[in-house]
Design a protein around this ligand. Structure first.
Ligand code: NI
Length: 184
């Protein structure tokens, strides 16, 4: 089932999300609905606050990039209560977008390598290294759990230039192929 995606301007996107435990109701259904939503919207990552839930959970789906890297052919992952333990000093600047910020694509610097601690759906704890594109997507989604969106990280001049577009998103003036929920 597809869920509406909350747009820039919604307060849930600015709230630090809370950790969850195994008692969280309907977690499997929620992840499956988030996967449907992400796939339909042609995105590569979706965090729970983007579907209106202030909890520490995000999913990553790198299958749209399988043409460029066959390793992504069946790359769908979910991360619960994630914590980035290490960021590489080396960073790379690449263009990003966000399903909550439709129509805006801007350069964002990100570490090229991170160490992530997270839990699986069964709440077992894992620690894993991610690099390059996967590391970027995870850092972007992780920001969502801390009330940040990628436009917070773009350079101030560019930010000024996209201000009008951001205001339109707040007002719900967007052209999306997926269901959205604007703040007004
Ligand atoms: Ni995003």
């Amino acid at each position: 089932m597809q869920l509406p995606i909350y747009l820039y301007g919604q307060s849930v996107l600015r709230k630090p999300a809370e950790e969850i435990g195994p008692e969280y109701p309907g977690l499997e259904d929620l992840i499956s609905n988030m996967q449907d939503t992400l796939e339909h919207a042609d995105g590569v990552g979706l965090a729970a606050p983007q579907v209106g839930l202030p909890i520490r959970l995000f999913i990553v789906d790198l299958r749209p990039l399988a043409d460029q890297d066959p390793a992504f052919a069946d790359y769908t992952r979910s991360f619960i209560n994630p914590k980035i333990l290490e960021y590489s000093d080396e960073t790379e600047i690449l263009e990003e977008g966000c399903l909550s910020v439709p129509g805006i694509h801007e350069n964002v610097p990100r570490s090229t390598r991170i160490v992530l601690q997270y839990q699986n759906i069964d709440f077992t704890q894992h620690e894993e290294v991610f690099e390059d594109y996967a590391a970027r997507v995870i850092q972007h989604e992780y920001d969502h759990l801390n009330g940040k969106v990628f436009t917070d990280r773009i350079n101030p001049i560019r930010k000024q230039l996209v201000k009008g577009k951001l205001n339109n998103i707040v007002k719900g003036k967007v052209d999306c192929t997926y269901k959205t929920r604007a703040s007004r």
